[in-house]
Design a protein around this ligand. Structure first.
Ligand code: PRP
Ligand code: URA
Length: 208
């Protein structure tokens, strides 16, 4: 289950992010905006209901206020996933936020979990966010961690992925729908996405 969210605005913003001359502030702004645009697709099948609260329009009509039927949890994979939260939360202000601490050993590319905290709510839709889907190891470990705590309805929202990462996640978790803004070519020999955009965490937080 893979959806590439295709839109000309996403293509333009992503090419700004790929440019090595783009500074951290502009990189983050474009990530926010792509996150907001992708939200339209990732949540398009979430149902709504008419709540008991009434609204009155300027023309005097009284209508029930619409609400989302499902509680939403956004779960960024630390650190870089943090950079995708605001864009989605701007569209869904009621979303609760969890955190999954995961880093890739730069030698072995193996993921290591160092932190986990998700809100406890009834039957939520958990959307794990991380800009980069490379080997898929971090995403698979994050999904394992979320499932281990009993959450069932899980989606994965990334910016850029590669076929090997998508395949790995699909094989490990066929029930998890993956959303990408772009499917790139392949990984280089040190596990970076080509053409990619470099190290997302470093570019978001200015650590290099
Ligand atoms: C990056 C990225 C993903 C992971 C993807 O995080 O944000 O979490 O690598 O690689 P994978 O698919 O091969 O696991 P990194 O571990 O560099 O940590 P950071 O977010 O702290 O920079
Ligand atoms: N993590 C990143 O930040 N970038 C890549 O290209 C691969 C993994």
């Amino acid at each position: 289950m893979l959806t590439i969210v295709k839109h000309p605005l996403i293509d333009v913003k992503l090419s700004i992010m790929r440019d090595e001359n783009t500074k951290s502030k502009e990189f983050r702004e474009n990530l926010d905006e792509i996150g907001s645009l992708m939200t339209f697709e990732v949540f398009k099948d979430v149902e709504t209901f008419d709540s008991d609260v009434k609204i009155k329009t300027p023309t005097g009509a009284v209508l029930p206020k619409k609400k989302l039927s499902q509680k939403i949890i956004l779960a960024p994979i630390l650190r870089a996933g943090i950079g995708m939260v605001d864009g989605v939360r701007n569209m869904i202000p009621t979303a609760r936020i969890g955190h999954i601490g995961m880093f890739r050993d730069e030698e072995t590319l193996e993921p290591h979990e160092y932190y986990f905290k998700l809100p406890v709510v009834d039957n939520p839709l958990v959307v794990i966010v991380d800009p980069m889907l490379a080997t898929g190891g971090s995403a698979i470990a994050a999904i394992n961690a979320v499932k281990k705590r009993g959450y069932k309805n899980i989606r994965l929202m990334c910016l850029v992925g590669v076929p090997e990462g998508v395949k790995a996640v699909e094989e490990a978790h066929p029930d998890v729908h993956i959303y990408l803004a772009a499917l790139d070519d392949h990984l280089n020999d040190v596990g970076y996405i080509l053409p990619g955009l470099g190290d997302a965490g470093d570019r978001i937080f200015g650590t290099k």
